[in-house]
Design a protein around this ligand. Sequence first.
Ligand code: C2E
Ligand code: CA
Ligand code: CA
Length: 635
Amino acid sequence: MMDFNYTYDLIAILLSAILIGVYSIQRPYPTSSGSIYLYLLCVTLVLGVCDLFSWTAIWLYPDNPLWLKYLVHIPCLLCYVSMNCGLYYYILYISKGDYCSFINKAFGMLVWMISAAFIITTPFTTLIVDLSVPGEIIYGPLYVWLFYLNALPIAADIYLAARYRRYLNNLQIGSTMLGVLLLFIAAYIQLSLPNEHVITVAASIVAVLAYVALEDPSDYYFKNAKCYNDKAFYQAVTKSIDSKKEKIIIFRIEGYEYISHMLDELHIRNLAGELSDFFQKIYGKYNTFCLSNDIYAAVVSKERSDPASEALSEFKGYLQIDDNKVTASLKITELDPSDFNSSSDVRHIVETVVQQHLEGDGQRVNEMTRESLAIRDNEQRILQCVRHAIKTGGFEVYYQPIYEDKTGKFASAEALIRLRDNLSNDGEFIPPSLFIPLAERNGLIVQIGEIVFESVCKFYTESKLEKLGVEYIEVNLSPVQCVQQDLTLRLQNIMRKYGIAPEHINLEITETAQSRDKHVMQRNIRTLLNRGVTFSLDDFGTGFSNIDNLASLPVSLIKFDKSLIDNAMADENSRIILNSLMTMLKCLKYKCVAEGVENLEMLEMVRGMGCDYFQGYLFSRPIPSPAYVQFLKKN
Ligand code: C2E
Ligand code: CA
Ligand code: CA
């Protein structure tokens, strides 16, 4: 009788039992790969137990009936092939996610079915093993081939890890390779030394490796809270896109950003714990996800009526930090996953939603749809054009003449930027109202503003506009530029470079510029004013048009927005308001400009109100610089 070494099986049983315990206790997020992993752990445990039984039944009690010996040995062999195929499916899922093809899946199944067929029929064919001699296992002619066949799915693991390495990190790739190597070595040892049942230990070590590198349940937990994280969320999203039975709600805790920088680790964790509890109580542990400290998501059944309001009505309206209550509110966005094709679409949307929430547009409860996705894509396209134009000097500056009533001359003009759509064939203009706000949002406007400013200065000097009767050019200054620390320095350098006197520049600012970094802005304006640059208040009548604001802004010109003029044309009351506004502003020694004067009727109306300057299609549309020079020469 040969020696029977229990140790390998005992180690394997112990290791896999501990892993099953540790893994289950952490309540891992239910994913496809997680379920396969749990199955693998169970198979490894059963393999160890069966191996132990099989040795005992065959060697310790050689007189056992033949059917009993096969009954304990066959499950052992089946577990071995199930483990190999299980591992193959596991690596398949972690590398290809839910995108595995039919062939991918069929391959593992085929190997398993062929192996299982030979194993199950071996009592009759003795092709794999023959147990008819008491106390002995006689290996059949196909025994080695069983190992060869099972080497295929193991080798496929290497292929998958290499092919899909960009979805895996180095630790994951390394442990997959190491695990595969271990299984090959174990199979080799077992074939050469049939009494050393090292495969069971190798399998359990592979399970430990997988736990450490791939299937650590804490990967699916948000660090600061006992709540599933974005990784789990996007898995849930992928499922709901398929099922079409759920909707997604995204919550941002407004107010968190004001206090976040004051919180230490402990408070951040406590707060995250409380917020997670709050959402989990309403939507359930498996449906609540924490995407960042102040952003949560829930995936809930569409049958639930108005689930977003449940959180809204339960939310206390403040965050408790020790004894202090900090006012906070919930911003909510609902998405229907059936509007989207993949979880990356949803990721795209979630990022947009969060951005919108942060920027303060977006309502308390709004909806994100396929259309919003298209808008976002279009915005990205426009930004691409803007970046391209910055790099290649692709912007043009047009000029719209402004008529001075007192002198009957076109004493000034507004510089207006033009950008062609360089990504489409027709190369049409992209309206500034589309690309300027986008450029403002990501700071590109600072460069754009300078490009326009430089172009204006160059044009004014080179074309000797002063001699053509142009006193100054109005240049739009974005609120973002207004609060640039080095704005004045940069503008002065450009003016110096082209030798243009600051008096020939008028900067148009808007009231929204007021609400930003007031001090920097006022300092900038004061410095430029001292140098001789003048300012005008653009789009008057569209914002808050606060008289208080006006008094604090050292502007000399007020530009009445086109909408005020249009309204005054249509409605008596609006006309009275416009008239009174103009009278008041003129008493305060401001000069007034009417924008958007399109016809003679409009001109007569604003002229009757004592308006000083007129700008609009009646006189000229914005035109390229050579055309503007021609226009000046003619008029
Ligand atoms: P804005 O500063 O209010 O510029 C006046 C807008 O009214 C221009 O639109 C002009 O073409 C248009 N307009 C002028 N007369 C008429 C008229 O009689 N009828 C009608 N319907 N429209 C008229 P544009 O060029 O499309 O510019 C839109 C906005 O883009 C500007 O509004 C301004 O806020 C911004 N913008 C344009 N160029 C620049 C720039 O260089 N820098 C910055 N920061 N913003 C710019
Ligand atoms: Ca303007
Ligand atoms: Ca305007």
